[in-house]
Design a binder for this molecule. Structure first.
Ligand code: XCC
Ligand code: SF4
Length: 641
């Protein structure tokens, strides 16, 4: 059993791990320790459960079977398994996108209680999609945009509308040549599920191409579409101040934790928490306090400044404070363990989606049409549970910290316009050319109960910042950086002098001593914002994204979605680091295709697109490798090394 300080560097979480142990409550960290004897075949990706002739396992030392019963070898099995993983990630994100589309469509047809919040973004999407808006009302424009989005789940030929809308033309031409352009999200997902099934695609190179197609589905029908339409519905984020860590849970308030991903739910919970404020007062509480976890937390933080309690690995720990009255979830990254922990307290765990239920949870179905009804019920349930608290068992860590979030591309360009009205990217690009900003690294992805929570995420970021690399963060990795001060003006303490200077100048434009050197760009679907920023810089320089001195890093990965996002960045030629080994080691072909340099091994990602996968568990070595890659790209661009 690891000690609390070996499981996480977050003091509040450590304190709650001790409390959990005292009270005999098991958490994901305990289960990770107990499940220590991991299957080597699984870890290397050579276990196939594709049919009832198996499971088949390919020997790792050459002394056992080299083929499955059907004759599949390690290369096919590893490639198929990886495809299945990327499909899970892309399906999660594409379904997220589709839910948002349907919400928008119902809203503008008067069938769901949501309104358009960002007309400017709506019109820019409409124009990008080639919609003639002449004579149309705002709602009619939104309807046309939503229908264009729906086409990406229906059409039988052509290319995803959202890909054409968002990707760089030159890169699209590359994908076209390779034959990996996706037609429609559902079709590609179904095709991929079929091709990895028993007796279908066995050619590892062809399977890798299949992975790239699904990665593009993830990027466009998942990330970009979700962010775009969420901004239309709920507004594009602007700089916002808030707080992080378990100390944001307040003893005198009714506490509701929102967890999951799609803001269609969390936005309504926030709204109803405000509406029922008076009823909380009547119960003797000071109000209703909504706190976020994981990406739902990111969504309401970015747009509403709602504080964040914690990230993935420690999602059960807010409940251990004894002061969370309801935990409401939608989909993805919800540990079934939540209801076991909640069962030891008065906390109600509320599931909301018909296809995401957990034994022991209360199910209140949430759909856009009945959004107000459901959200009201959810908040009332929290009020009800508040009255059942056991005061004697409440202990809330005091630790909390200030953050600034809300870095949408709109926010960033708006800010830079204060320096250069006509060409806002000029100051940023100039700083990059001078080396004051040596490069940009997207610090993304998760935390993982098997590794020390927040440690690798923050170590990689700090090392890079010292070397003047600007960090842009999303997902649970952004939570890690926020929890440790890197997303506040104080974060400049960790910066090299160039980066520090730039952040101080930019901070001055918004009356802050400095801008945080790690920009919080949102949830995991908001990796689209990072993509958008990189494309804007690349277009400004007249090059492809693959040539920029930038990279992505996910030091504490766990979810298939993170693997899908990483694959998406690889298709654009961005180097991607992961700090947890993906299960591909059993196939030299697959691992080399991902990790070898151009010319080092047959056909590789680097050769095709210009970026590769870097697998490195040690955060310092990882940061050094990323710097070396950035250095190389700087030189190739003719910038000082
Ligand atoms: Fe899940 Fe988005 Fe990973 Fe966090 S970062 S653990 S995927 S919640 Ni998406
Ligand atoms: Fe074994 Fe082939 Fe069936 Fe996989 S698909 S379980 S390798 S027989």
């Amino acid at each position: 059993m690891r000690k609390p300080e070996e499981r996480t560097i977050d003091y509040g979480v450590q304190e709650m791990l001790v409390k959990a142990r005292e009270e005999g409550i098991e958490t994901a960290f305990d289960r990770a320790d107990a499940a220590n004897n991991r299957c080597k075949f699984g870890m290397e990706g050579v276990c196939c459960k594709g049919c009832l002739e198996g499971p088949c396992r390919i020997s790792l030392n050459g002394k056992g079977p080299a083929l499955g019963v059907c004759g599949a070898d390690a290369d096919s099995i590893v490639a198929r398994n990886l495809l299945a993983t990327v499909v899970e990630g892309a399906a999660s994100h594409a379904e997220h996108g589709r839910e948002v589309v349907l919400t928008l469509l119902k809203a503008v047809r008067g069938q769901a209680p949501y309104k358009i919040a960002d007309e400017e973004k709506l019109y820019s999407l409409a124009s990008g999609l080639g919609i003639d808006t002449d004579g149309l009302t705002v709602n009619q424009v939104a309807e046309q945009v939503a229908l264009k989005a729906l086409e990406d789940f229906q059409k039988q030929e052509g290319v995803l509308n959202w890909l054409k809308l968002k990707a760089q033309d030159k890169t699209v031409a590359k994908w076209e040549k390779l034959g990996i352009l996706p037609v429609n999200a559902h079709l590609e997902i179904a095709k991929a599920v079929k091709r990895q099934a028993m007796g279908c695609d066995a050619d590892p190179v062809n399977l890798l191409k299949g992975i790239l197609t699904v990665a593009l589905v993830d990027g466009y029908s998942g990330l970009h579409m979700s962010t775009d339409l969420q901004d239309v519905l709920f507004g594009s984020p602007q700089l916002v101040r808030s707080e992080y860590k378990l100390g944001v849970i307040k003893r005198e308030y009714v506490n509701i934790m929102v967890h999951g991903h799609v803001p269609v739910l969390s936005e309504k919970v926030v709204e109803w928490a405000q509406k029922l404020h008076g009823e909380a007062l009547q119960l003797g509480a000071k109000g209703i306090n909504v706190v976020g976890v994981c990406c739902s937390g990111n969504e309401v933080l970015m747009r509403r400044g709602i504080p964040v309690a914690t990230n993935f690995a420690s999602q059960e720990l807010p409940i251990v404070t004894g002061a969370v009255d309801a935990a409401v979830v939608d989909a993805q990254c919800i540990m079934p363990g939540l209801t076991k922990v909640a069962g030891c307290y008065h906390t109600a765990v509320i599931t909301t989606m018909p296809y995401v239920k957990i034994p022991g949870a209360i199910h209140i179905e949430f759909n856009p049409r009945a959004a107000d009804d459901a959200a009201e019920k959810i908040v009332r349930l929290a009020l009800d549970r508040y009255q059942q608290r056991d005061e004697a068992r409440i202990r809330i860590p005091e630790d909390k910290i200030e953050v600034y979030a809300g870095f949408s591309t709109k926010q960033i360009t708006g800010l830079l316009q204060k320096l250069n009205k006509e060409r806002p990217l000029q100051p940023l690009v100039e700083a990059m050319e001078k080396g004051d900003i040596y490069g940009i690294v997207a610090l993304v992805g998760c935390t993982n109960p098997r590794t020390k929570q927040d440690w690798a995420n923050t170590e990689v970021a700090k090392y890079l910042m010292r070397n003047n690399v600007l960090i842009v963060g999303t997902g649970c990795a952004a939570h890690s950086l926020a929890k440790f001060g890197l997303m506040s003006p104080q974060g400049v303490e960790y910066c090299g002098s160039g980066l520090r200077r730039v952040m101080e100048t930019l901070g001055g434009l918004v009356d802050l001593p400095a801008l945080p050197p790690a920009w919080h760009m949102g949830s995991c679907v908001d990796n689209s914002r990072i993509d958008e920023l990189l494309i804007a810089v690349a277009d400004y320089l007249g090059v492809e994204v693959s040539r920029l001195p930038v990279a992505a890093s996910s030091p504490e990965t766990h979810h298939p979605k993170a693997i899908a996002i990483g694959s998406y960045f690889l298709t654009q030629g961005v180097d991607v680091h992961v700090g947890v080994k993906p299960p591909v080691g059993g196939s030299e072909l697959v691992s080399k295709a991902l990790t070898a340099g151009a010319g080092e091994y047959g056909l590789t990602m680097e050769e095709l697109f210009g970026g590769k996968l870097i697998v490195e568990e040690d955060p310092v070595l990882a940061a050094q490798k990323l710097l070396e890659r950035i250095n190389r790209k700087r030189k190739a661009l003719g910038l000082s090394a």
